[in-house]
Design a protein around this ligand. Structure first.
Ligand SMILES: Nc1ncnc2c1ncn2[C@@H]1O[C@H](COP(=O)(O)OP(=O)(O)O)[C@@H](O)[C@H]1O
Ligand SMILES: [Mg+2]
Length: 238
């Protein structure tokens, strides 16, 4: 197995609205793959479909050589695929620790919960300090870190991240993206990250795909797309 995830000819949308049109890409084991595109391009729709929250109308999704096109969203964390939704979706009136515990709902993840909380908070020292604080009191960056840590509770192999830098200051956005890169580098996690912040995400990605109105219009090594004049003009404001 050289690819953790393979998406082939994927079409999906909402009732009569077809959003994704024949989307295909592969995610090598251990890679950070960025999907970039403007607001409304279909980035969230793509991650929601991979995560089993939306049914594809055509195409296939294979995760670790298993067809998950029709899998239930609830079953995917147990198989090793975790989604960090846009905005993190923490429970604001619960503590950081209780939010992390909720990430361990996959079968088998409950055993060793306390040890796992220690491990994931070690990667985010600020969360260890704020374990007992209400999640709603965290800063934007801390909230995003907590959402990522919660997804890590079920020991995923593949992490899907929906715009983790949205609403963050440039400095905090860079820190969060650096943490994501570190998880891939140090823990062998495979990452699919969707972002509107093209310049920043291409810095940490290995490969990238540009999504435009539901279609992938360009693909390549992140370094190559970064150096491309037309991409700089259209997506990076350079
Ligand atoms: N729940 C929904 N019901 C109907 N249309 C939706 C829904 N969510 C998103 N859309 C539409 O699908 C398209 C893609 O949206 P989305 O995947 O959220 O884009 P992005 O995440 O790239 O901003 C947009 O035209 C949006 O209006
Ligand atoms: Mg979105």
């Amino acid at each position: 197995m050289t690819n953790e995830l393979v998406v082939e000819g994927l079409c999906a949308g909402y009732n009569d609205l077809r959003v994704l049109q024949d989307v295909s890409f592969a995610v090598p084991v251990g890679a950070v793959v960025a999907i970039v595109g403007a607001n409304g391009a279909g980035k969230t729709t793509l991650l929601s479909t991979i995560a089993g929250l939306l049914r594809p109308s055509a195409g296939a999704i294979r995760f670790r050589d298993r067809d998950i096109s029709r899998a239930r969203a609830d079953d995917l964390p147990g198989l090793g695929l975790a989604l960090v939704p846009e905005g993190g979706r923490l429970f604001p009136f619960m503590s950081v620790e209780d939010n992390l515990q909720l990430g361990a709902y996959a079968p088998g993840a409950r055993a060793g919960m306390a040890a796992r909380i220690q491990e994931v908070t070690a990667a985010f020292p600020v969360l260890a300090e704020r374990r007992d604080q209400l999640a709603g009191k965290l800063s934007g960056g801390e909230r995003q870190m907590c959402a990522i840590a919660r997804a890590l509770m079920c020991r995923p192999r593949l992490l899907l991240l929906d715009e983790p830098s949205v609403g963050l200051s440039p400095l905090m956005a860079e820190r969060v993206l650096e943490i994501v890169a570190g998880l891939a580098r140090d823990e062998g996690l495979t990452v699919v990250i969707v972002e509107q912040r093209v310049t920043e995400v291409l810095e940490i990605a290995d490969e990238a795909h540009i999504l435009d109105r539901g279609r992938i219009v360009r693909s390549g090594p992140a370094r190559q797309l970064q150096a491309d004049k037309s991409i700089q003009e259209t997506y990076m404001g350079l």
